[in-house]
Write a protein that binds this ligand. Structure first.
Ligand code: F6P
Length: 345
């Protein structure tokens, strides 16, 4: 057996654990070769590879990012892209291709799989929004980073009696926002699954202050929209789009902070955590999940079970049809929202 592996889309902690585990499983269990494609699909389309050996993966487990590099290129949406990938699979003599990606990369991979290309998907993203898996690796590390940041701003907010708005990533879902507000003890959280208007945010701050709290922490998801005010107006936050037409968020925290300060007359500051959330060394949970997923991906390929995505269900690593990712991003589930409502509802 000869396999290929690539990492596509935004990077996240835990990718190197997958690469390492896939190499170890291929070589030690199946005596197979595995080739790494550089910079996501660009490496497949342009033939840029790195032969992976037990030596070459030594020391990569604790490293963030991906030793293979990544890009947001999607061959399924390029003229002749599907044929180019099919050719590469033939030229490199691959029995299968392991694609580590988020919702965007894996949706493209599902199209390639439909075209008969032997693909196994591995879900990665700090946003935790890939359907078909309870958790994606990367999320736990990002959540830990955000909770540390919330802990840190607590003391300075308290010292100055300030409101601090913490803007977190998550694109169109609120996993990072809601879970970090719960784990970090925020006062208010605004997320796509938990919309609020400015009046409600200010009322929540007032209520907590009336109970004796001298400061306030507001967590807001970068992709949240403010709900309409009672008079029908709405705080609009314009955002740009990237070269692939996906929204590029960032800035909602500043706009909300400014509005809170104007309405409540309370000193308000913003922290935009941005790419800090995506970087750094993976948590133990993400290293372990990435490792188990990498092993499972190779096992699926060895059984020729292509067109599947590795998945965590409960505490078990298993697989689901890759096509599930086409149903769009996975919002925060009802079970987690119950905890949200207990504190913020
Ligand atoms: O990886 C997902 C994500 O972190 C989103 O939360 C964020 O909006 C986006 O990536 C930013 O990606 P880019 O690297 O394209 O700026």
């Amino acid at each position: 057996m000869r396999l290929g592996i690539l990492t596509g889309g935004g990077d996240c902690p835990g990718l190197n654990a997958v690469i390492r585990a896939a190499v170890v499983r291929s070589i030690r269990t199946y005596e197979s070769q595995i080739v790494g494609f550089l910079d996501g699909w660009v490496g497949v389309l342009e033939g840029h590879t790195r032969e992976l050996s037990l030596d070459s993966i030594s020391g990569i487990l604790p490293r963030g990012g991906t030793v293979l590099g990544t890009s947001r290129v999607d061959p399924a949406r390029r003229e002749g892209g599907i044929e180019a990938v099919r050719d590469a699979v033939r030229i490199f003599g691959l029995n299968g291709l392991i694609v580590c990606g988020g919702e965007g990369t894996l949706s493209g991979a599902a199209d390639l799989s439909d075209a008969g290309i032997p693909i196994i998907g591995v879900p990665k993203t700090i946003d935790n929004d890939v359907r078909g898996t309870d958790y994606s690796f990367g999320f736990d590390t990002a959540l830990g980073t955000v909770v540390h940041a919330i802990d840190a701003v607590h003391s300075t907010a308290e010292a100055h009696d300030r409101v601090i708005v913490v803007e977190v990533m998550g694109r169109s879902v609120g996993w990072i926002a809601i879970c970090s507000a719960l784990a970090g003890g925020g006062d208010v959280v605004v997320a796509p699954e938990a919309p609020m208007n400015v009046t409600q945010v200010c009322d929540a701050i007032r209520v907590r202050r009336a109970r004796g709290r001298k400061f306030s922490i507001v967590v807001i998801a970068e992709g949240a929209e403010m709900a309409p005010e009672p008079d029908g107006t709405k705080l609009e936050i314009p955002h740009r789009t990237d070269e692939f037409g996906r929204p590029r968020y960032g800035g909602i925290g500043n706009v909300l902070a400014h509005t809170i300060e104007q309405r409540l007359g309370m000193e308000t500051r913003t922290v935009t955590l941005g790419y800090v959330q995506r970087g750094g060394t993976p948590s133990a949970f993400d290293r372990l999940l990435g490792t188990r997923m990498g092993i499972h991906a190779v096992d699926l390929a060895a059984r020729s079970e292509f067109g599947r995505m590795v998945s965590l269900q409960g505490t078990s690593v298993t697989s689901v049809p890759l096509a599930v990712v086409r149903e769009g991003p996975r919002p925060v589930d009802e079970n987690m929202l119950e905890a949200y409502r207990a504190f913020f509802g």
